[in-house]
Design a protein around this ligand. Structure first.
Ligand code: PLP
Length: 417
């Protein structure tokens, strides 16, 4: 029996043991753990609201204030590089704001995309990216064009060529910092090129989803050039709409989201929301302002998240390095993100789906393989996302050991047999 066979046999017998004792572990979604949620419990239990008036004299218990209360618009403006007038506060989900922006542009604005002579409406999708962005576009009937990520944002040569030639390409999503799932951040050069590029569609939109704006995992806190002022300087003030939320700062089920854009775009969206509601939850906005206070309080709070999250990322890297570092490293490549919530694995071609399937059969749920590609379609079948935030370190260790066995098994069966 040669070395390869013995390694395959070993993987098979280890896998058989897992099959005898199925587990119940999920690393499918980027959900904060119980320990992380506890960091923000005092938001509900301790924050006392001593007066019901906001700084702009709204009774926060009552109707009104569709744009959000002044102090919340100011606080979230510090994350978005926008003034209070350029900031709108939403409910507990930035995804809802993004969907609303897309839906407004697609159907309800003056000259909506859906009535354009250039059909079908298309979007650039930097990939691997966030699966919920892709499902949103698919749901709205927007055709997705994947463009590869380079390690510092989308391949701009490809983006510039596509958007300058095709007026039916109406926009793109960008997760600028600690991308879900690759962890990469856009370079300043990419910011400038996105802000300044010529687009055949004169209403081209960049949805700048800065979900991980303060979610650092190392001391190298990545900062990105402000795209909003860059786009203004290039004469495209309405091109960029930015999004943030407190989902992974406080409580995803009871947080606050915010949108930063030109006053034209903000007023347009307020008109759109005004047909659905009279105001978002202003008491929660007030609570969040009292809890998160300012940039330095937010940074200190995010350090507590880092203390909980960082060991999980270190552990993933350590286990993968132990298995696949050195001579065997052609089996899988993995990211070591400086922030955010995910590790991305690039397996050998045609292995990812099978690996995720094997993991599922022993009770470990991962995000479906290749879900980070539009339509879940990745001809290389080599993309797996790991979301370690929710599991304990003990569970993570077990899941990672099992994952290494599954990677071994599938890669050896596909390539060495
Ligand atoms: N955007 C990105 C890139 C994400 O990774 C996530 C959650 O994983 C979200 C948005 C969800 O944001 P929210 O909870 O504000 O809707």
């Amino acid at each position: 029996m040669d070395h390869k066979e013995s390694r395959l046999d070993r993987a098979k017998s280890q896998y058989a043991l897992y099959k005898e004792r199925p587990l119940d572990i999920s690393m499918a979604r980027g959900i904060p753990s119980e320990e992380q949620l506890k960091l923000s419990e005092s938001l509900i239990s301790d924050i006392k609201i001593d007066k019901w008036l906001s700084e702009d004299d709204l009774d926060i218990r009552n109707y009104g204030g569709l744009y959000g209360i002044e102090e919340a618009r100011e606080l979230f403006g510090t994350l978005l590089n926008t003034t209070a007038e350029e900031t709108l506060i939403g409910g507990n989900s930035s995804l809802q704001l993004m969907f609303s922006v897309l839906s407004h542009h697609m159907f309800t604005k003056e000259n909506p995309w859906s009535a354009s002579k250039d059909m079908p409406v298309k979007f650039i999708c930097p990939s691997p990216g966030y699966d919920r962005h892709w499902s949103m576009l698919e749901y709205l009937g927007i055709k997705m064009i994947p463009v590869e990520l380079t390690g510092s944002g989308p391949n701009m040569e490809v983006v510039e060529k596509l958007v300058s030639q095709d007026p039916s390409i109406k926009g793109m999503f960008v997760v600028p910092k600690y991308n879900n799932p690759t962890g990469e951040s856009v370079s300043n050069e990419v910011v400038d090129r996105l802000a300044g590029m010529h687009t055949a569609a004169d209403d081209f939109l960049i949805l700048w989803d800065n979900a991980y704006v303060v979610h650092h995992l190392t001391n190298e806190k990545v900062e990105i050039k402000d795209i909003f002022s860059a786009s203004k300087a290039f004469g495209h003030p309405d091109r960029v709409i930015q999004f943030v939320s407190t989902s992974k700062m406080t409580l995803p089920g009871a947080g606050v989201s915010a949108m930063g854009a030109s006053t034209h775009n903000i007023n347009e969206m307020a008109k759109y929301f005004g047909k659905q509601l009279i105001s978002f939850d202003k008491i929660n906005q007030k609570r969040h302002v009292k809890f998160l206070k300012d940039e330095s309080t937010i940074a200190a709070h995010m350090e507590k998240h880092r203390d909980i999250l960082e060991p999980k990322f270190t552990w993933i890297d350590a286990i993968l390095s132990a298995y696949f570092g050195g001579e065997n490293n052609s089996f899988v490549e993995w990211t070591t993100p400086k922030g955010g919530y995910f590790v991305h694995l690039t397996t050998r071609a045609n292995c990812a789906r099978k690996i995720v399937e094997l993991m599922s059969a022993i009770g470990i749920t991962l995000t479906p393989a290749n879900a980070a590609y539009p339509y879940g379609s990745n001809p290389l079948d080599n993309s797996i996302r790991l979301a370690p935030s929710f599991v304990s370190l003990d569970q993570l260790e077990i899941a990672m050991e099992a994952l290494c066995v599954c990677i071994d098994l599938v890669t050896l069966e596909n390539y060495e047999n």
